[in-house]
Write a protein of this length. Structure first.
Ligand code: NDP
Length: 314
């Protein structure tokens, strides 16, 4: 008899094969809204999924800014792609450092004037395997949630007003899901608040993560109904998922011609430094849905969560 693990492996392998095939189909002229003048920024792109998203976007003909908090490592990473003939530029960007964000914005303004695509990929996780320390909760929440918000807020004024709409793509995780098989959240109050997209606000999301951090400080988080594995990381991604919905709602109020579409996706369990190169998906496959979302010809999609090029529930 085939067990459920084998079944889901079979299903995943089949879907990944389909996606590999889809990746080989070139975009038609009609779908291709971008040109070599289209500017995409990817955060935390010196390695892993971020690096791979830069490579794939540049492969589609966009100008891509590879950013990294470490200048030397970033320059080296960009060089690999530049030597491969890709149109890739580099600038240092630490999403936790407001002066680095400001410097980056000035540079973009000066050199390009605008951007069209922002991929928020930079992130940290201090737990490996079944280990569940919350020792670094502040760092995880600051980077994954507040850092992502900071760079989004700084970049929105620099997003080009164009008829096809600018795009924001947030790299999150099914570990941050509120419902479904992967949801480990037991706190019904938090679930209800974050699920209710009509009344969801940035303040509610901020309060949720503050409450989590307070409970960590007080040593009471274990009875708080938070996920019991990858706890701080799951809470951070749950917050980015919720924030993506709030952001999409706000941005949808912008007038025609100034639209920005915001979505998030889970890359799967990817073989990168973050997972200690465990995982069941290559960086190439992990990057796929982010690139696909950034290039979507369909403008109406915003405020949604995706995995393997399919919409999934929050
Ligand atoms: P990596 O650890 O390889 O990459 C993370 C990147 O984020 C690195 O480039 C890192 O820089 C960068 N980074 C961390 N902090 C900052 C900061 N303050 N400012 C700028 N950059 C920063 O992991 P992945 O490629 O796997 O992760 C990419 C994204 O995908 C993350 O958001 C992660 O949470 C998400 N994800 C990954 C999954 C997986 O299975 N791998 C599953 C689900 C989501 P540095 O090299 O300097 O540390």
């Amino acid at each position: 008899m085939v067990g459920s693990k084998e079944k889901s492996k079979e299903k995943r392998d089949k879907r990944l094969q389909e996606i590999s095939l889809l990746r080989t189909i070139p975009y038609s002229d009609h779908q291709r809204w971008w040109t070599s003048e289209t500017v995409a920024v990817v955060t935390g792109a010196n390695r892993g999924i971020g690096f791979e998203m830069v490579r794939q976007l540049a492969g589609h003909g966009l100008t891509v800014i590879l950013t990294s908090r470490d200048e030397n490592v970033g320059v080296e990473a960009a060089k690999i792609l530049q030597e491969g003939g890709f149109n890739v530029d580099f600038h240092r960007l630490d999403i936790l450092d407001s002066s680095s964000i400001q410097e980056f914005c000035e540079w973009i303004k000066e050199k390009y004037g605008f951007i069209d695509v922002l991929i928020n990929n930079a992130g940290v996780n201090y737990n490996v395997g079944s280990d569940n320390s919350v020792e670094f909760s502040h760092m995880v929440i600051s980077t994954n949630y507040y850092g992502t918000k900071n760079i989004i807020n700084a970049m929105i004024p620099l997003m080009r007003h164009a008829c096809q709409g600018a795009r924001i793509v947030n790299v999150t995780s099914t570990l941050g899901r509120l419902k479904g098989r992967h949801s480990k959240l037991e706190n019904e109050d938090v679930r209800a608040k974050l699920m209710d997209v009509d009344s969801l606000t940035e303040e509610i999301v901020d309060k949720t993560v503050s409450e989590f951090l307070k409970q960590v400080e007080e040593g009471t988080w274990e009875s708080g109904g938070w996920p019991h594995s990858f706890t701080d990381y799951s809470v951070s991604k749950m917050a980015v998922n919720a924030y993506t919905r709030v952001l999409a709602k706000e941005l949808s109020e912008r007038p025609e011609g100034e639209k920005i579409y915001a979505n998030c996706f889970c890359p799967g369990w990817v073989k990168t430094a973050m997972t200690g190169y465990a995982g069941n998906v290559s960086a190439e496959d992990g990057a796929d849905t982010g690139v696909w979302l950034a290039l979507l010809p369909d403008q109406a999609i915003t405020g949604k969560f995706f995995a393997e090029r399919r919409e999934i529930s929050f």
